[in-house]
Design a protein around this ligand. Structure first.
Ligand code: SF4
Length: 239
């Protein structure tokens, strides 16, 4: 359970029930860890291929205190938590929530679209996150068209922050071949290279599910992987 002080910090968010649902156990999402996934409701982007339209549109059902109680009951059986969504960094109480999770001795992975660089900085500087997966949705010239979010510069601040931090992190792109071309992916790779990103770039193939947020169809275009620039190591997922 949270301490009395943490409880008061989390009180408002607890009433608001920001978590849509919980995946109790996974070994896939946070490599080498036994994790639960907390799916935060709502998002400030609207990617057409989003697999979680209900999480993005619906209200949450679970308070932060209920989520902490869930973790307390699993101490020793799980070692980490993935904060995903939706976009978990929209929640102003996330810092206090991460403090309370850390007090229970769990590692924390955050999945983010990078739109809240200030919160990411706070979490990193205070040792409240162990790993970040950052979505690089599209090159600058296509970013708003794809995400319906106008502030590429905020994503860019998050990217630069992570590149200059010592925190383990990954940059990844979901690839729907009717939405992103090899030229678009090369623009992302060239930008990462220019910014001195030294890690692996993860290219995640879109797997068709229904419904998606923008009712995307199955991919029609062929995507020629051989056209990708070899400037960075690329790891393919779901190809
Ligand atoms: S895929 Fe896009 S819309 Fe869906 S949760 Fe991620 S950032 Fe939000």
């Amino acid at each position: 359970m949270s301490t009395k002080n943490e409880h008061s910090l989390l009180k408002d968010a607890a009433i608001n029930k920001p978590i849509h649902s919980i995946t109790k156990f996974t070994t896939l999402d946070y490599p080498h860890h036994l994790a639960s996934i907390f799916w935060f409701a709502k998002c400030n982007m609207a990617c057409p291929y989003c697999y979680n339209p209900h999480i993005v549109r619906d209200n949450g059902n679970i308070s932060l205190d209920e989520a902490l109680e869930f973790l307390q009951n699993r101490q020793g059986r799980l070692d980490s938590v993935v904060l995903s969504g939706g976009e978990c960094t929209l929640y102003p109480h996330l810092e206090a929530f991460c403090e309370a999770i850390k007090a229970l001795d769990y590692k924390i992975k955050i999945d983010t679209n990078g739109s809240n660089p200030e919160l990411l900085r706070t979490l990193i500087e205070n040792g409240l996150v162990d790993y970040i997966a950052l979505d690089y949705k599209a090159p600058h010239y296509k970013y708003t068209e794809l995400t319906h979010y106008r502030h590429f510069e905020r994503f860019e601040q998050s990217l630069n922050l992570l590149i200059r931090s010592y925190l383990p992190f990954e940059v990844r792109t979901t690839l729907h071949s009717d939405l992103l071309t090899p030229a678009d992916i090369n623009a992302i790779i060239e930008d990462l290279h220019k910014k001195e990103y030294l890690g692996t770039y993860y290219l995640q193939n879109y797997l068709h599910v229904e419904p998606t947020l923008g009712a995307t169809k199955k991919q029609q275009n062929q995507f020629d992987l051989s056209q990708l620039t070899p400037l960075l190591p690329i790891e393919l997922r779901n190809f």
